[in-house]
Write a protein that binds this ligand. Structure first.
Ligand code: ADP
Ligand code: ASP
Ligand code: MG
Length: 408
């Protein structure tokens, strides 16, 4: 078999961990497989590199920030290759550009555009284990990075380019759980879930997989498995279809996001293309807007509220304030200290009423719902951050442990 294995930050967090990873890779190779490895930076290295740059300047140059952040993965790749050599496995480290990973010319969130696989293919043919740095590529003469958590996506795209039989994502939990097992002790491991569900969970805050990794696994039909680098336990497989979807339980998992803030723009006259202008300007300033709710208060006047990440709220407020005269709104209100809880499940399509059940559960737990956003397979509620833990445990216990968890 041809296997791509990706090891995350905690999995390569120390020399001991790197030795353990090398043992696993060696075992895979000795069993007769061809193996390419993708690694993340050791432990919290990327965070530390960000802090290092911030110590120097508040607005580091985007090209140089990427040049700096990409070094974390290079350390792990070189060390893992050395650890493999100790085990008599021939291995070679490759940075993103050495591995032929080309990206858009965007810093911080670049998407991969092409993988020139000749070096990796040659290495595999020669019985060499290529150890590739995750999270990075090249555009022209600049190193680019793919966004935080992006090593998962590197692994999937390399697996697609090398036509691998499977892409194994090794992390610090034993698979994808019904919710973050570090915050909810009752969380259960999910044996398999659909691409769409995993994509929603990842986008809505489940850190375990980078959303673009799931997107690419679906697009290129890469077999994707999440498992632990600390144990031999069977992991979670992300699949195209589940058998008997109609009989499936309505909710597969819960994702949460902290650090949400809301901006409410009150009394906006609708006759001036004002809203379009406001959201275009926010996008221009690279403020990521999430949930948007608009309600008509009286004829030709609307209230609009939207959520952003806490870290972007002052920037968002400045953008809206800057348009005060042009938009002619009455007031703008900022609210911090919010969170988002989302339930996700492909089974919702055939189980109407799930949103109502969620509102009921939250109401019974005295959780205040501030905003709601839904799609075919998810319901998200914006709530006070102080009520998040209560909300998650109530919703988890009702939908994933209790009476609402069975198929209907
Ligand atoms: P890595 O460094 O291996 O990429 P991450 O920290 O990015 O690991 O992702 C793994 C973490 O994701 C886990 O430690 C866990 O706390 C968190 N997580 C959040 N939601 C889930 C979930 N539904 N299932 C499993 N892990 C989750
Ligand atoms: N090291 C990068 C990060 O911490 C990429 C990754 O781990 O996937 O975001
Ligand atoms: Mg990760």
């Amino acid at each position: 078999m041809r296997i791509v294995q990706k090891y995350g930050g905690t999995s390569v967090g120390s020399l001991e961990r790197i030795e353990a990873v090398a043992d696993r890779v060696a075992k895979t190779v000795q069993a007769g497989n061809e193996c390419a490895v993708v690694v993340s930076a050791m432990g919290k290295t990327t965070d530390q590199l960000v802090e290092l740059a911030k110590g120097l300047t508040n607005k580091p140059d985007a090209r140089e920030l990427d040049a700096l952040l990409s070094t974390g993965e290079q350390v792990s790749a070189a060390l893992l290759s050395m650890a493999l050599h100790k085990r008599n496995i021939t291995a070679k480290s490759y940075t993103g550009w050495q591995a032929g990973i080309e990206t858009e010319a965007i810093h911080g969130t670049a998407r991969m555009t092409n993988v020139r696989t000749e070096f990796l293919e040659q290495a595999l043919k020669d019985g060499i284990v290529p150890v590739v740095t995750g999270f990075q590529g090249i555009a022209g003469d600049s190193v680019t990075t793919l966004g935080r958590g992006g090593s998962d996506t590197t692994a999937v795209v390399i697996a697609a380019a090398l036509d691998a039989d499977v892409c194994e994502i090794y992390t610090d939990v034993t698979g994808v759980f019904t919710t973050d097992p570090r915050t909810v002790p009752n969380a259960r491991k999910i044996k398999s879930l659909q691409h769409e569900e995993m994509l929603e969970l990842a986008t809505l805050g489940a850190q375990v997989l980078h959303p673009r990794a799931v997107e690419n696994a679906k697009k290129f039909s890469v077999r994707l498995v999440v498992k632990s680098s600390f144990s031999e336990e069977e992991g979670t497989e992300i699949v195209a279809d589940l058998e008997g979807l109609e009989l499936q339980k309505p909710v597969t998992g819960i994702a949460t996001e902290k650090s949400v803030a809301r901006i409410a723009v009150v009394g906006v006259p609708v006759n001036r293309h004002g809203l379009a202008k406001m959201f275009s300007k926010l996008a221009e300033e690279r403020v990521n807007v999430d949930v948007i709710v608009q309600s008509v208060v009286k004829e030709r006047v609307v209230d609009v509220s939207f959520t952003v990440q806490e870290q972007d709220v002052d920037e968002a407020l400045a953008v809206v304030e800057g348009l005060r005269t042009e938009l002619g709104f009455e007031d703008v209100i900022k609210e911090s200290g919010l969170a988002k809880i989302s339930i996700v499940g492909a089974g919702m399509i055939s189980n109407p009423g799930v949103a109502g059940e969620m509102f009921e559960i939250l109401a019974s737990a005295d959780v205040t719902i501030k905003m709601v956003s839904t799609s075919e397979i998810k319901v998200s509620c914006i709530i006070p951050a102080s009520q998040l833990a209560t909300a998650v445990s109530s919703v988890h216990s009702a939908f994933l442990e209790g009476v609402l968890s069975g198929s209907k």
